[in-house]
Design a protein around this ligand. Sequence first.
Ligand code: NDP
Length: 467
Amino acid sequence: MTSTTMTSTTMTSTTATGTIPALPPVVERIYEDVLRRNAGEREFHQAVHEVLESLAVVLNRHREYTDLKTVERICEPERQIIFRVPWQDDRGEVHINRGFRVEFNSALGPYKGGLRFHPSVNLGIVKFLGFEQVFKNALTGMPIGGGKGGSDFDPKGRSDTEIMRFCQSFMTELYRHLGEYTDVPAGDIGVGAREIGYLFGQYKRITNRYESGVITGKGLGWGGALVRTEATGYGAAFFAAAMMAAAGESFDGRRAVVSGSGNVAVYGIEKIHQLGGTVVACSDSSGYVVDEKGIDLEVLKHVKEVQRARIDVYAERVPSASFVPGGSIWDVPCDVAVPSATQNEIDRDAAATLVRNGCRYVVEGANMPSTPEAVGLFREAGTRFAPGKAANAGGVATSALEMQQNASRDRWTFEHTEDRLEEIMRDIHTRCFETADEYGSPGDLVLGANVAGFLEVAEAVHALGLV
Ligand code: NDP
């Protein structure tokens, strides 16, 4: 639960992750309203707070955004759908899960954003992800609005047929809200190519339409696009490379640590290796592995994508690796940290350890993996920091490229699509960098991303009238 406290001189907010600084007066009332109307949704509060902190400079410059309540409108989802998902396991036991789709903002295009299947999913988490998605999608420069969805279903340990039955039940309700011009989901935690296949299959069956553009992350044989699988991880590595280039540096000879071992992590590691860096540690929720020779991707992919096993199996198979159960992967010294598992995985202590060990770059592969306290500490220490809404935008940008190929019945080569992705990530970096400069905070990519994304959405919101 978030609480707000007024002292004689400052106002602070207390969230699950600690105390965050007071907001400038011009946005303070907006935040108080968000707290009041969305009680208990602490991740959503955190995401809104972080954006509002950046927007004070914009509101001071553009009076019309205050008069027309532009920020308030962007903080309120256009539509929130919550539904029951009943399904039966292999033993015949009935389970009831909860499904969510938050259609946050469609000023720039159809709602676009992934589906997350994880037991921690609740409305506040889906709203934080949807809110972030609005700005991220705007930063890509593509015509896509923002949304997010998912369920508190836990796919871990479930058989293929159980996963299929769950996906079919989930889509049996969700399908009525989707459409290539309405709302286009994709994957996220717990939703990969297998789940997208079952979801699309059920959509096609119910609607009797082969509407490829209704979902992205599809298999290559049935409407998918090359590079979509790799896109978020590759994109984060390209973004990191752009940050390093701006500082006259490169990945060459650098040590990196990437948390997680899912879609984003695996392809982040692959691209960092291709760019000359060495990733020495990765993780899952059971612990982390350290491999000073550099993570062997062939083994990692086999363990995670084929065996669907826990990360300790990697250490059993690779003699140079060791497994640390539990613990914090951020204890492993590195030059570049790429958190790619989940929200709030780097807290103040982890950030302090990273800084003490000489980490120079933190590039968020996941959504909001650093707590506000951690981000504050990176700022103080001069650690270069890239927020997820900029650094992990490669996934959704390539989803938009998949939609483009679906619409034109075309198929691009891997090289062509990867070139597009690299160019998009470089452009996003430049945009965030230049916007930070323009608004008086050189090098602050958090402010740059929030302001650049906001301005793009705000302009469209105004053009469309009071809707
Ligand atoms: P995956 O499900 O493929 O992988 C998630 C990884 O993170 C797994 O290794 C998982 O371990 C670990 N993890 C998840 N939750 C926790 C937790 N609570 N504690 C510790 N470890 C955890 O998901 P993705 O790689 O797709 O997504 C990772 C992050 O990137 C998320 O924040 C997502 O929102 C973000 N993202 C993903 C995009 C995409 O295209 N896939 C696009 C943009 C952002 P375990 O298996 O043990 O749970």
